[in-house]
Design a protein around this ligand. Structure first.
Ligand code: ATP
Ligand code: MG
Length: 563
């Protein structure tokens, strides 16, 4: 069982553009980076960026760095760094160098001095609100700061004293001196450094001033000799600023920035700010709650790295944003697991069935294939006894004509075993069905003279005596509207689906599942794909349903559309 990518990196505009550069001899070695801010867990949108960065570099024999853009100490934590590392590795990628923007704080400081000495940056003593108000609008030019023409020597002195801790937070900022009338607001003397007495998770209390993301990002790329800085569309308007900085600084290389559209998926939210809120307010059980679109959540839910990579390749890379149906991601998982998942039998909502002509106290063992199309996956032994359980749903007393499961007087095949007929329905005082009494056709058993006798339905079952009790967690969409964050009238929290988690605790699974361990995955026949959850205990397995066998949402939506 090796996982495989059904699609290799597909052609897209970034790949073609870089290929042209390589062929024209403009680029010897393609070096990319994945640059997360360590202020949350990675989500499926980040996977798109990871797959893109690693596959593009690999396509040209280059490499990719993992660089933590840790310029905002207030929100960054070591556990986020650990989770990001784990997620990138899980996706199947190995980075060349692990770097941190904070590795470059000293160099960035030198770069700031360089701008100051060349009259390209100044220290501004106005407060943040005033500076913001002076930025102007899309239609109105900005207003020059009274500090804009401060002499270079004075700027240098003030900046050095900012670093030395002579001023309180917010007393001064360092700004680039570009153009307050630029049609691009990012070029209206953007802030490069702020005074912030904050403990940094790596540099500790060494720094009292921190570079802004805009000042750190492009220079960090240049220091690492990144050839192609791939980023999402919202940075398109920042590119002129990054280019300006690169042009005016003594950086060792000149990265080219190329933007692509962010991934959006329906029925969920993909923004760290919103995901942080879901976790912080307790709407989910944590960053790795299996309903979360985080890579940790998807992994715990049962998604495989190949399914996520294949999804990223399938959706492609463009400059225009769209919203991908959640079902596309689920289909990739089904395609991956259908080929590789061992089959097992589990009964989610048990109904007792007594096989009246099966000897009491005996056990018969059937050799059951682990995969119907792949004999290489072997077989396992499945026990049957006089008492078994079947799904409550697989029996109907008042059954419509096309109900091909069990009904009074009807026959059905027990998967891997034999055909049974329902002779009697036993009810309790309240009229609830509590037991079925059935007789089996011994000749119809696997290996018997009439093993191929056809009946319309086949159902799964588990021996009551050998069954292992288990808990199963069924998941549904986290939100009940396609675009929870797109509703201006209401808070996205109001669109949470109250039925996104269903816990079934009376489940019975076949004995082979007693030893299921982390990393295993199974198809529970007729029910979907399941993985053991880390909440499993010896003798008390817990399974998550990763995905159903069919896309019930697509069907529902079609029905809704048809009215
Ligand atoms: P969020 O919007 O979720 O807060 P972010 O952009 O602030 O994400 P970063 O840690 O800065 O998160 O992201 C690291 C990289 O992942 C960046 O290059 C960013 O452009 C990219 N990225 C983030 N979200 C998506 C997405 N939805 N689709 C594709 N790439 C994304
Ligand atoms: Mg960001």
């Amino acid at each position: 069982m090796t996982e495989s990518d059904s699609t290799t990196a597909p052609a897209h505009f970034i790949l073609s553009r870089i290929r042209a550069e390589v062929e024209a001899g403009q680029c010897d070695r393609v070096i990319t980076r994945f640059p997360p801010e360590p202020n949350g867990y990675l989500h499926i949108g980040h996977a798109k960026s990871i797959v893109l960065n690693f596959s593009v570099a690999a396509a040209f024999g280059g490499y990719t760095n993992l660089r933590f853009d840790d310029t905002n100490p207030a929100r960054e934590e070591q556990r986020f760094i650990d989770s990001i590392r784990e997620d990138v590795r899980w996706l199947g990628y190995a980075w060349e160098h692990e770097r941190y923007a904070s590795d470059y704080f000293e160099t960035l400081y030198e770069y700031a001095l360089h701008l100051i000495d060349h009259g390209l940056a100044y220290v501004d003593g106005q407060d943040a609100d005033t500076i913001r108000a002076q930025r102007g609008t899309l239609t109105e030019a900005g207003v020059d700061s009274p500090d804009r023409d401060r002499p270079a020597a004075e700027n240098r002195d003030l900046f050095e004293r900012m670093r030395a801790g002579e001023f309180p937070d917010g007393a001064y900022v360092l700004r680039a001196k570009i153009d307050m009338a630029s049609p691009n607001i990012n070029l209206r003397d953007p802030v490069l450094y702020r005074i912030r007495r904050q403990h940094h998770h790596r540099t500790g209390d060494e720094w009292l001033i921190y570079p802004t993301y805009d000042f750190a990002h492009g220079q960090s790329d240049a220091i690492e000799h990144i050839t192609h800085s791939l980023c999402t569309m919202e940075f398109e308007d920042h590119r002129p600023l990054y280019d300006w900085l690169i042009e005016h600084l003594p950086v060792p290389s000149r990265p080219v920035q190329i933007e692509f559209a962010k991934l959006n998926i329906d029925f969920t939210v993909l923004s760290k700010r919103r995901l942080t809120r879901l976790v912080g307010e307790g709407h989910v059980a944590g960053w790795d709650d299996p309903r979360m679109p985080t890579l940790a959540g998807l992994r715990r839910r049962g998604f495989t790295p190949a399914s996520v990579r294949n999804f990223c390749n399938e959706i492609g890379v463009t400059k225009s944003e769209g919203i991908i149906p959640y079902g596309v991601l689920e289909r990739q998982l089904r395609d991956d697991l259908n080929a590789r998942a061992p089959r097992r039998m589990a009964v989610l909502r048990p109904l007792r069935v007594v096989l009246t002509n099966f000897p009491d106290g005996e056990t018969e063992w059937f050799e059951a294939a682990n995969h119907p199309q792949d004999p290489g996956m072997g077989t396992r032994r499945v026990p049957i006894t006089r008492e078994i359980v079947i799904e409550q749903d697989d029996f109907r007393e008042e059954a419509p004509r096309k109900f091909f499961r069990l009904k009074p007087g009807g026959e059905v095949r027990l998967r891997n075993a034999f055909i049974i007929r329902c002779d009697e329905v036993v009810k309790d005082a309240a009229g609830e069905v509590i037991e079925l009494r059935c007789s089996l056709d011994p000749d119809s058993r696997t290996g018997g003279p009439r093993a191929d006798r056809k009946v319309k339905g086949t159902i799964h079952w588990v021996s009551a005596e050998h069954a292992v009790p288990a808990e199963v967690r069924l998941y549904d969409r986290l939100f009940n509207v396609p675009h929870p964050a797109g509703d201006r009238e209401r808070d996205f929290i109001e669109h949470l689906n109250p039925d996104s988690l269903q816990i079934l605790d009376g489940v019975r699974v076949e004995p082979a599942l007693a030893e299921a361990a982390a990393g295993d995955f199974f198809q529970f026949e007729r029910l979907g794909y399941f993985v053991p959850d880390r909440d499993s205990r010896p003798g008390g397995p817990v399974f998550n349903r990763a995905v159903t066998l069919r896309d019930t949402w697509a069907k529902l939506e079609k029905e809704l559309a048809a009215g």
